[in-house]
Design a protein around this ligand. Structure first.
Ligand SMILES: Cc1ncc(COP(=O)(O)O)c(C=O)c1O
Length: 489
């Protein structure tokens, strides 16, 4: 009988050494069978013959045939040619390159959860001047490496097993001390849940505390991450009017629908950067009490206010259970750390801990242990002092450059904290178009109007400064000047 040959094009080997040759032969045959190129019963060349024709060692082909046999793709009989096994369920199914006959579709919930709420003109995450980005050049890498090394050696700790889904006790204790001293947030360490981001906390809490169709109030303009979390949870979002004194609940007094959740940034409103005075805070707490709602207080950046004494968190003024306090290390350290936290009422600790477990979204334990050590050693406080100064200088430089070059067209106040600043256009301009033009020039700024749900939005840009070099700031301001010239000519 004639020695069988492998159909043309099935076996092309990449000899760069990245994938073992036996693996490549195995995968090629498997794909050929799946693609219908080698039907059941097809005879395979002998290992010797194939090895010679491919210029590889016989053992290489043997290894590939053994894998194929182990998976039942070929049948090997002593003294006879190996054959593609009869009646393989794989047979004739489309290969990798074939047209898909059935592709998995998203469910209604999947569509909702994967919606791009950042919307039109939202900044890509690759350019300079990106809002929300802390300075990676200021991160204390050496000190952090020491803490991580120590955390990596933590052998036989029960923290490393399937437990402590809501965070490790050492970090909770550090946070409890830190929040009491710096933010007036007094809570037992057990009331602190560690999550992987503020976004995770917001998603967790909006799903835990409200049902689809319930109402949630969100500052207008407000943080898109909170809008995302509410949308994902199927909540109806009502814009909460916000002005130079922060969110004003009295303006929603007659809506007739009680909210379940109210999201606010009282220490430093996002994106306007204003601080909510006491009278507004008390009004907010009273409205919350009457509605039986829960406030989600996002205190994302108040640890590095540049000047003046930070006002204590709203949490400290509230009755037990009225406010859930949320913080993150994304701004003071870096988002890639994936560590954030929330302070919840004692009655919610166990159910939320089980939710974290059920949803499988707890934070990395070694990162938590390193962070606990980093805080305990005083390195975190030292780092906060450093970035306060550097961020203040960078923010001031950005606003000074913008005002000097474009002061007749934009309005901007030197920021008193945060990693980004909102700049308003003086004339009518489509900020989505301007943001897009900036992005095309390599600057990842965001349109201010994206932070509004309603029609009456301010037009402007949100520009990051914390991670910017003086050169990037100068280039960004020049680019914006050129774009405004073009748009307004
Ligand atoms: C108001 C506000 N909250 C939270 C965050 C992000 O927190 P995380 O990275 O932990 O999700 C940001 C980031 O830009 C923010 O601006």
């Amino acid at each position: 009988m004639k020695e069988p040959v492998v159909p043309e094009g099935i076996l092309t080997l990449d000899r760069s050494g990245h994938v073992p040759l036996s693996e490549q032969i195995y995968r090629s045959f498997r794909s050929a069978v799946r693609g219908g190129l080698m039907p059941s019963g097809t005879r395979l060349p002998s290992t010797r013959r194939l090895a010679t024709s491919l210029g590889v060692a016989r053992n290489t082909v043997n290894a590939a045939y053994e894998l194929l046999e182990a998976e039942g793709i070929i049948s090997v009989k002593v003294g006879a040619a190996s054959r593609i096994t009869e009646g393989l369920p794989l047979e004739g199914s489309p290969g990798r390159n074939a047209e898909p006959q059935h592709s998995p579709g998203l469910s209604g919930r999947g569509l909702q959860m994967s919606e791009n709420v950042r919307g039109e003109g939202a900044a890509s995450r690759h350019g300079a001047l990106q809002p929300g980005a802390p300075a990676l050049d200021c991160f204390p890498y050496e000190e952090w490496a020491r803490c991580l090394r120590r955390a990596a050696r933590m052998e036989r700790s029960s923290d490393l097993q399937y437990q402590n889904y809501s965070g490790i006790p050492a970090l909770k204790q550090q946070l409890a001390d830190h929040l009491a001293a710096e933010r007036g947030v007094r809570a037992e360490p057990e009331q602190i849940l560690i999550t992987s981001s503020m976004q995770a906390s917001l998603s967790l809490l909006s799903q835990a505390l409200a049902d689809p169709g319930d109402e949630a109030w969100l500052e207008e303009p407000g943080y898109l991450g909170a809008r995302t979390a509410f949308r994902v949870a199927g909540l109806r979002i009502r814009p909460l009017p916000t002005d130079q004194l922060g969110a004003d609940v009295t303006r929603l007094a007659n809506t007739g629908v009680a909210p379940r959740l109210i999201y606010v940034t009282p220490s430093h409103q996002y994106p306007l950067g204003v601080r909510m005075p006491l009278a507004r805070r008390l009004a907010l707490l009273e409205a919350t009490r009457l509605a039986g709602a829960v406030i989600l207080e996002d205190d994302y950046d108040s640890e590095f206010l540049f000047s003046g004494r930070p006002v204590a968190a709203l949490y400290g003024l509230a009755e037990e259970g009225q406010v859930i306090y949320l913080g993150t290390f994304s701004k003071s350290l870096m988002p890639g750390l994936r560590v954030a936290y929330c302070v919840v009422p004692a009655v919610l600790v166990d159910p939320l801990m089980r939710m974290l477990r059920n949803m499988g979204c707890a934070a990395n334990v070694q990162a938590q242990a390193a962070l606990a050590r980093f805080m305990e050693s005083g390195a975190y406080q030292k780092h906060l002092r450093t970035i306060r100064k550097i961020y203040e200088e960078r923010g001031a430089l950005l606003v000074r450059s913008l005002t000097e070059r474009l002061g007749n067209r934009i309005e901007a106040e030197p920021p008193n904290g945060n990693v980004q600043v909102s700049v308003k256009f003086r004339g009518p301009l489509n900020d989505i178009d301007v943001a897009r033009a900036m992005q095309e020039r390599g600057f990842s700024v965001s349109p201010l109007s994206n932070c509004y749900l309603g029609e009456n939005s301010l037009s402007g840009l949100i520009i990051g400064f914390a991670d910017a070099t003086p050169q990037q700031i100068a280039q960004g301001v020049n680019a914006l000047g050129a774009i405004l010239d073009e748009f307004q000519s």
